[in-house]
Design a protein around this ligand. Sequence first.
Ligand code: ZN
Length: 540
Amino acid sequence: MLPLKEKDKPLVQKLLSAGCCARCVLRFCCVSVQAAYRKLHQDTLKELQAFIGQSENSESQDSSVAESTDGNNKSQDATAASEPTEDPPSKRAKLEPPPSEGDKATDDLTPKEDESSVCVVCLGILQELCSPTQAVKIAEAVKAEKYDFDTLVMSVSLPAQLCVREHSIWLHAKKEMKEKSIAVDKEDVIQVKEAFKWIMQGLVAKELGGVAVVTRSLFEVGVEFTHPETDADCHFLATTCSDCFRPTKNKKSVFTRMAVVKSLEKISDAKFLKHFPSPPARPTVSCSAQDVQCLHMSVFVAGRYNKFSRTLPQTPWVIDGERRMESSVEEIIAAPILTNFRSEDFNFSSSGREDVDVRTLGNGRPFAMELLNPHRSRFSKVEMKQIQETINASSDKIRVRDLQIVSREAMAHMKEGEEEKTKTYTALIWTEKPIKKDDIAFIDEIKDLTLDQKTPLRVLHRRALAVRPRVVHSMNTRYVDSHHFYLGLKTQAGTYIKEFVHGDFGRTKPNLCLLLQSDTDILELDVESVDVDWPPSIPE
Ligand code: ZN
């Protein structure tokens, strides 16, 4: 039985007459028993008709009409089916049962007639678009994408005009309830979205082999409905509440659901009724279901890379739309990862970055990648190792280690306290003045030398002009010949090494030129270590 009470009868009658579907009637009667919505909507309609029929019958003493008139209805069905397109108001009028003609009232409310009638409020969403057939369609669309998931969350996007129609029918029902002194709070009315989920989540889950449909999941299945026929329903709101409808960059239409809800909160009942029919006009067709959108939340992968090439940029190097280098660190790393995770795109980040001509040696530089909408997301340690091997086999310019899946939160460790971390470098130095081994020995004794680095000229186009203090913790030298030596440096992260060596026209002070009383330049630079102890190392 339907969880309705005697007092609901007039409201049920009024809503059915206004062109509401059975499930919308339940919604406006604030029925929160989910099972009531899961019955076939045609069956619920029959039950509702029987429910009000009984009240009708108790007055007219004619108790068997609803069941016995089926045979007589056949001729009327044909006209009823085409009726909504022709003359909706007359249909509503006809649906209002004249108190004395119990016979006629039950005739007009036969389920067959309403099967072909699109609900004035939900525009068909809680009718045929909320059925086992529709659940199969959604499930098939999900299966075709071959995602990895145990649970899913369903999101539903409805046409904004549904709110207008909901408001219209609410005002219509309110009048009835006021007359009967029934107090109903609009907040208690069940939302279309909610009813849709109550019905469809279980059906879709079943089709997908019993996967759990939950309220929070990494995997989202988006169902969207549109109804072009009634798109103009919202338009009058733009004149009554112009403030609510401001054009925004990314939206196709100003009539977003949010804006419509906001304007409906502001409009008076009288003003609304002046612009919009209550109850709303009958649509000719149901909503159209748009393509199902599947989205898996990002998965994060981290590791460390070495770069052995002096002609490989970290990220694609494009100037004026033209590629300067054929590859990049991130592209070499990303290719096998994207293929394996079947991810659409990625964001790459790392603990600092080296210039195109700088190598990164030692344990390598920590990096992390956000994989967007990955279709596969679960990999064992062995599988991750295989992906790492694929990357390493694909190029001799880089090498990856410690490749692993990490959490979004863990990624913060990479950037955490980056300024305080130290980095170790080796630079090949050229000096203008001839040098002897003893001339450079003093450099080994310098500890915690603070530099004032004005933003280097070469990065001034992308970084704000500032003077940044940076510390060179220690240095060591290895003599090569009278014009060359290797300089080892341990510095605070973010120190510009090239500028420390050549001075950048005096923008870095002190610098190696000042220390050696000679022009100096940097011929080669290697990063020896990046002291960030994340991600955790994985034994080879
Ligand atoms: Zn409906």
